[in-house]
Ligand binder design. Structure first.
Ligand code: DHB
Length: 311
């Protein structure tokens, strides 16, 4: 049977599929369900320094081709998630995990990362540079100067494996500039992409979510071509030590296959997991394996990054 096992840095995973941050990861109960499923890992809801209630509801709505959300970073505070991944790390047959964090200010981000640096946690951290939904707080990774400043300071004290969650970029020059920034740092991975920020879904004559008069992050079918473009653009540009996590529009084995073909080492599922629940991991793994079998591939290395161009 083909293997869907993968690696990020020194961390191994029996399966390349996992949840995307924000979906099925707010509480320990939800995280435990992902842990017990066919997923190869989980990432926690992005944790801030203090717990947050987030934006008023309705704030996440499924629509025919995907989803729109403006959650506003509701979470139990990063310490809640840090305690849980440390608890699991000390158990015998645990998976490797991703702890997602960001501060509401640069200072907060450093406080959080200093705490993780000083903790017993030895796993991966995903620094979220791309939340589109907190009023007055722009997506950090669209500002290359601020991003460079933050990462420069982070790597002056942070020595554990760290990656960044990125928003989608839409211009070749921005791919070049962003990759030049990330190549300066010892990142374990970049995760492409967060939701396409600040879309607007209209139903009859009205918006469907309450915060920001209906503007919200778009996920699902709408975003797969943008996600694949970002995965492949960074696969082409980043030094090989920086692995790519592919996120966006994955609801079938074929979608996961395309992310890997474009260069992804791990593939995250958001909107489809929200719609279908944790059984999605087994279904998509089976579908991905069937495609690999038909093509004669026994491991992800057989086709990762091997997207074919037209001469
Ligand atoms: C939220 C949404 C995001 O896309 C993200 O990266 C972080 C947080 C949110 O609204 O909670």
């Amino acid at each position: 049977m083909p293997s869907t096992a993968t690696k990020i840095g020194n961390f191994t995973f029996d399966n390349c599929l996992m949840n995307a941050a924000g979906v099925y990861c707010m509480t320990k109960d939800e995280l435990a369900e992902v842990e017990a499923s066919a997923a190869g890992s989980f990432v926690t809801k992005t944790g801030t320094l203090e717990p947050r209630l987030g934006n008023p509801e309705p704030r996440y709505v499924n629509v025919p081709l995907g989803s729109i959300n403006s959650m506003g970073l509701p979470n139990n505070g990063f310490n809640y998630y840090l305690d849980y991944v440390i608890e699991l790390q000390n158990q015998p047959h645990t998976k490797n995990h991703f702890l997602s964090v960001v501060g509401l200010s640069v200072d907060e981000t450093h406080k959080i990362l200093q705490t993780i640096q000083d903790s017993d946690y030895q796993g991966l951290v995903e620094l979220n540079l791309s939340c589109p939904n907190v009023p007055g707080k722009p997506q950090i990774a669209y500002d290359f100067e601020t991003t460079t400043e933050i990462l420069t300071k982070v790597f002056s004290y942070y020595t554990k494996p760290l990656g960044v969650k990125l928003p989608p970029y839409f211009d070749i020059v921005h791919f070049d500039q962003a990759a030049a920034v990330f190549n300066q740092f010892p990142l374990a991975f970049v995760n492409c992409v967060n939701s396409i920020g600040n879309g607007l879904y209209v139903d009859d004559e009205a918006v469907v979510i309450k915060p920001k008069n209906g503007f919200g992050g778009i996920g699902g079918d709408y975003i797969k071509p943008t996600a694949l473009a970002n995965v492949h653009a960074f696969y082409q540009r980043l030094k090989p030590e920086i692995k790519i996590i592919g996120t966006g529009g994955v609801k079938t084995g074929r979608d996961a296959f395309e992310h890997i073909l474009c260069g992804a080492s791990m593939v995250q599922i958001g909107t489809a997991l929200q719609k279908e629940g944790v059984q999605v991991f087994e279904r998509i793994t089976d579908e991905l394996r069937a495609i690999m079998e038909e093509k004669g591939y026994s491991s992800l290395e057989d086709f990762r990054g091997k997207l074919q161009y037209i001469d």
